[in-house]
Ligand binder design. Structure first.
Ligand code: PGA
Length: 250
């Protein structure tokens, strides 16, 4: 049985003070929900404040990015051991990082290995653009992203990861993929590719989230699909109604 996981990706929103105040608003509500793993992923500078604010609850903390080197001349980056005192998760390869900050499949693969070596759970993002979707390239593109991300990983390492399938055209647009679309790519492409490269056992163990305009109204329908193991939530994780979203997911 795969425990679903709902993660809030706050992106570049909320100062450390705002983040801690928001956690005090939502923490009891989130902590009361059972049957689903929960994580919030604040901007890096707010991570310590959020980690402090969730102490004693079941709410996990994730970083939105991380570098794969241990230390050195990498201005502006965070090493794995800088986030591990506060985080259990790290989002890697988000489409915004790929599009605006030049993240490559190869870099994502190195980051996954570094995260796992430090005991972090990577939440690995994949997903196609609108053009690729309309050109019928979704399956081959997303399958290629999964293969590149998981290259060289053992079955056990892969099983410890979470994958977020986030079609780029659904992110922040209010245009959610239908349950059929999301479920068929998650099952027929993402899980099937993991089975192809790492075997059926891993494919059945690994948790695969959907992401893209998920909200408190559409989450239950998405979660009803047997292949969808939770969600990576952007905009709807910034409001107190995130508690309803998580409750409706459980
Ligand atoms: P959204 O973002 O829920 O605002 O569409 C999802 C994400 O990018 O992780």
């Amino acid at each position: 049985m795969r425990t679903p996981i709902i993660a809030g990706n706050w992106k570049m929103n909320k100062t450390a003070v705002e983040a801690a105040a928001f956690i005090s608003q939502i923490r009891d509500g989130l902590n009361a929900v059972s049957g689903v793993d929960i994580a919030v992923c604040p901007p890096a500078i707010a991570i310590p404040a959020v980690a402090e604010a969730v102490k004693g609850t079941k709410i996990g903390v994730g970083a939105q990015n991380m570098y794969f080197e241990e230390s050195g001349a990498f201005t502006g980056e965070l090493a794995p051991n800088m986030i591990t005192p506060f985080c259990q998760y790290v989002i890697l390869g988000h489409s915004e990082r790929r599009a605006y900050f030049g993240e490559t499949d190869e870099g994502v693969n190195k980051k996954i290995k570094a995260a796992l070596a430090h005991g972090l759970t990577p939440m690995v993002c994949v997903g196609e653009s609108l053009e690729q979707n309309e050109a019928g390239e979704t399956h081959s593109f997303v399958s290629g992203q999964v293969k590149a991300a998981f290259a060289g990983l053992t079955a056990d390492q892969a099983a410890a990861c979470v994958i977020a399938y986030e079609p780029i055209w659904a992110i922040g647009t209010g245009r959610t993929a239908t349950v059929e679309q999301a479920g068929s790519i998650i099952g027929g492409t993402v899980r099937a590719t993991i089975a192809e490269i790492l075997g059926d056992d891993v494919a059945q163990q690994i948790r695969i989230q959907y992401g893209g305009s998920v909200n408190e109204k559409n989450i239950a329908e998405l979660m009803a699909h047997p292949d969808i193991d939770g969600a990576l939530v952007g905009g709807a994780s910034l409001k107190p109604t995130f508690v309803d979203l998580v409750a409706n997911a459980a």
